[in-house]
Design a protein around this ligand. Structure first.
Ligand code: PLP
Length: 416
């Protein structure tokens, strides 16, 4: 039997993560199911940014020696436990896009085409249907770095592609559209057995579920902090390089802040020891302040509880939708529990965009990705069971009354 309104309120009363919810500022009347695109605002982030503004005003350039300068390493250390990593292995900097390029160059230094010499492993392998920037960067890197780019077609196993020519594989831990969670340990082992390296993209798993980089044998990873980690719009991304894999090579964006002694202003580049060499240029202390406030909150989160609630919310949403999806020709592509992240994907080829717009008009915010996919992210720190139950009731109403057919729900903005 589907849960009643009273049932879901009782679940909220028993929810050990419920005390986090009042620590986020959400507009009244909003049920936010888009934390997989841009996380909600921790109230502490507002105070942190205000304090940073005051510090800028009062301390001026001295601010750099009052905690601004070492923010990329300090924030990395705070993030590390959420990723199953050690302090000194994570750097908060740049974007995923930049960080992928840096790691591709770092891993393959000295392996590009050199005149008159055969290239041992000329291939960068990525997956079709992944978030585009990952493939675009692989293409750009190959074009300038003298590598070949191969793409495993979406839905195909990469076993047939993983041979002695592949240098690096780029893979998403959780797929941005389908929400499919990969077996990180098994795939990492398989890639190593082929003699290649793998860079894991954690964009949709960091802050959504427990990530165990060390236990899975991972050497390189990237991820962002503005999705489930609630770092704010344009918050800096991160990269992970396992301790014993640091100090091996240059990274190709060899900027001054990754230099061993940036303030010596030497003519030639010399990489800093440790994770610091993965810095490029000047970071934004303002952006770091908001993220640091969010990461302080994350130190209190039990990730096993987070995972349990995330899965419970997903089941609740699907139960409460009941048969209304099938009745309207909507396919639920959400993978089974052991193989999914923290999102639900519903495919409505003709009307997906309009349905999402009609839901937004009712205060239920999800998003839409071509072709036909409605995505709903479940961020357990600020979503209640009641929110999710209500969202399903709104979906039922939008569908049963054909509300989404109104012409105003077909107009498109630049960001969907
Ligand atoms: C969101 C996302 C990105 C974003 O990259 P940025 O360079 O930080 O804008 C990259 N990869 C995946 C898989 C994503 O989901």
């Amino acid at each position: 039997m589907p849960l009643s309104h009273d049932d879901v309120r009782e679940l909220d009363r028993q929810d050990p993560l419920a005390p986090f919810r009042p620590r986020f500022a959400l507009p009244p009347g909003t049920i936010y199911l888009d934390g997989n695109s841009l996380g909600a605002q921790p109230s502490a982030a507002v105070e942190a940014v205000d304090a940073l503004m005051a510090q800028w005003r009062d301390s001026l350039i001295q601010g750099w020696n009052q905690g601004w300068f070492d923010a990329p390493e300090r924030l990395g250390d705070r993030l590390a436990p959420l990723l199953g990593a050690e302090p000194g292995e994570v750097l908060v900097t740049d974007t995923i896009t930049h960080n992928l390029f840096k790691l591709l160059g770092y891993i393959t230094e000295g392996q590009g085409i050199t005149e008159g010499q055969a290239q041992a492993r000329p291939v960068i392998l990525s997956e079709g249907g992944n978030f585009p920037t990952d493939g675009y960067i692989a293409q750009g890197f190959c074009r300038f770095g003298g590598f070949e780019h191969w793409v495993v077609p979406e839905g195909e196993s990469f076993d047939a592609y993983l041979d002695e020519r592949v240098a690096v594989v780029v893979l998403s831990h959780v797929h941005y559209r389908t929400g499919r969670l990969r077996d990180m340990a098994a795939i990492t082992r398989q890639v190593y057995a082929s003699g290649a390296e793998v860079i894991w993209d954690l964009a949709h798993s960091a802050g959504a579920l427990p990530v165990e980089l060390a236990a899975c044998g991972v050497r390189y990873a990237v991820g962002c902090t503005y999705k489930y980690l609630n770092g704010g719009p344009g918050a800096p991304a991160f990269l992970y390089v396992r301790r014993d894999c640091q100090d091996r090579a240059w990274q190709p964006l060899s900027g001054w802040l990754g230099h061993a002694s940036p303030f010596a202003f030497e003519a030639d580049y010399a990489p800093a020891p440790g994770i610091t060499r993965f810095r490029t240029g000047t970071h934004s202390p303002l952006a770091c302040a908001a993220l640091e406030a969010s990461l302080a909150l994350w130190q209190e989160v039990d990730l096993a509880l987070l995972r349990r609630k995330s899965q419970r919310l997903i089941e609740l949403f699907r139960d409460a939708l009941g048969d209304c999806l099938a009745k309207h020709g909507i396919a639920d592509i959400t993978p089974p529990e052991a193989q999914r992240g923290s999102q639900v994907g519903l495919v409505a080829p003709a009307h997906g965009y309009a349905i999402v717009q009609a839901l937004i008009a009712r205060g239920v915010i999800g998003d839409y990705r071509e072709p036909g996919l409605m995505r709903f992210g479940f961020a357990p720190l600020y979503l209640s069971h009641e929110d999710v139950w209500q969202a399903a009731q709104h979906m039922r109403a939008v569908l049963s009354e054909g509300e989404y057919l109104a012409p105003r729900f077909k107009q498109r903005g630049a960001v969907t």
